[in-house]
Design a protein. Structure first.
Length: 430
């Protein structure tokens, strides 16, 4: 059972969703909506499914990540109905019906059917969900105007959602502390992942995304996906990007640590952390996120200069010539919610100078964003610069030393408030 406050907030959250969804349905000409929870597809020629987490709009209403083949039926003016798939199956545990206060505000029922409940008296039925689960279901499947309108309902978080994201941060913080200790104790990437899971008490398949745990040069692979079971001879650096899912909501936190004797890397790390904190402090309503991303590049240029990685170029020129992009190829951040890269962040496409930026909005109160600048030594991106006309500006010897540490990313989750921003991550992981 959640705390009484959270319980109250969740009931308000559902009420807000009723209003937001009613408006979206009226505006797009529908009088009923079915939302599929989704189902994990089977692996080809096998009898095992892929790990399952659930479809965003279903999680937005229920927070229930483990329910496959379940349905929500929403009819403005008539409330919402939740059908939970409870098959007669002696191989697996059956899903328990939620019995918390919010669920009592919906009509909840178990069903052995995978087919959805159908509305009576609906003439315009829309259906949202993974097309793999919608075969044979009547109504308009994933109509684009409604998909866009429903995505818009997720941009501004309710108080309940912010409380869940705060808790998701607090629990992940325990994992990050344990991971740092495991790194300093010389554990392998696999050992560090075990320490993280032990501290968070969450298996990785339930976390919002597969953790990224890279030692040494692996820290320079943006979404490094393996775990070496053997520790390297010398652990020079650790980059860990790992979250926690609480009642459907995911935190997304990255920390980078230097091992003993890595003076040059440690200096760069201190500089990047200072820049990251300044960027978090800049979060406020009215801030253009694309402009903040560009400001990050100028900050990185200053850091590359002061660290002696790049010499004899002014900051604007380093950005204009694409040098900072070779060190920081991804975006500054994204919206966060029931999906780690939450929807609704790009009403306009990313600009040509920031092709991987996932958020092109002006910040408004209620948005929750990540702020995650990075600085990496990625051979395939640095090679053309090191071979090009500006090569004399780069300190190859220092780059060789730093390459052994892979890279740095520091990532916090920040709520945009009426006054500025509230950093959910630093509140529990200073
Ligand atoms: N964990 C993926 C990201 O930071 O966007
Ligand atoms: Mn992120
Ligand atoms: Mn991340």
């Amino acid at each position: 059972m959640p705390e009484p406050d959270l319980e109250q907030l969740q009931r308000q959250h559902i009420e807000t969703l009723q209003q937001r969804y009613s408006k979206a349905l009226v505006e797009t000409g529908y009088d009923a909506l079915l939302i599929s929870s989704g189902a994990a597809p089977m692996r080809y020629a096998d009898d095992h499914g892929y790990p399952f987490q659930g479809y965003g709009p279903f999680l937005h209403w229920t927070g229930l990540t483990g329910l496959e083949n379940s349905w929500l039926l929403i009819q403005p003016g008539q409330g919402a109905r939740l059908q939970v798939h409870t098959p007669d199956d002696f191989w697996h545990a059956s899903a328990a019906l939620p019995d918390e206060a919010w669920a009592r505000d919906l009509a909840v029922e178990g069903s052995v059917e995978t087919a959805p409940p159908l509305p009576v008296l609906s003439t315009q039925l829309a259906v949202l969900g993974d097309p793999l689960t919608l075969a044979g279901v009547p109504g308009d499947h994933n109509p684009p105007a409604l998909v866009t309108a429903v995505e818009a309902t997720r941009i501004h978080k309710t108080e309940y959602e912010i409380a869940c994201l705060a808790e998701a941060n607090s629990r992940a913080a325990e994992g990050h502390r344990a991971a740092r200790a495991a790194f300093l104790a010389g554990e392998s990437e696999f050992g560090i992942s075990l320490a993280y899971q032990q501290a968070t008490q969450q298996r990785e398949s339930e976390a919002p995304y597969h953790s990224i745990i890279g030692l040494n040069d692996h820290a320079g692979i943006l979404h490094y996906q393996f775990y070496d079971v053997v520790a390297p001879e010398v652990s020079r650096s650790l980059l860990i990007d790992a979250g926690y899912r609480y009642r459907g909501y995911g935190s997304d936190i990255t920390r980078t640590w230097a091992g003993p004797g890595q003076g040059e890397f440690q200096a760069l790390l201190v500089g990047l952390e200072a820049l990251q904190k300044r960027l978090c402090q800049a979060v406020a309503p009215g801030v253009d996120f694309v402009a903040l991303h560009r400001k990050t590049h100028l900050g990185l240029a200053a850091l590359l200069s002061s660290a002696g990685v790049v010499k004899g170029m002014d900051e604007e020129a380093m950005v204009a010539e694409g040098i900072t992009r070779a060190f920081f190829p991804h975006g500054l951040g994204h919206l966060l919610g029931v999906q780690v890269h939450d929807v609704g962040g790009k009403p306009v496409p990313s600009p040509a100078d920031a092709p991987f930026l996932r958020l092109t909005r002006t910040l408004e109160p209620g948005m929750v964003v990540t702020i995650e600048p990075g600085l990496y030594f990625i051979p395939s991106l640095l090679a053309p610069v090191l071979a090009g006309p500006l090569r004399h500006h780069l300190n190859q010897g220092l780059i060789d030393i730093l390459s052994g540490c892979g890279g740095i990313r520091i990532e916090d989750n920040v709520v945009v408030t009426a006054e500025g921003g509230h950093n959910l991550t630093r509140a529990c992981l200073p």
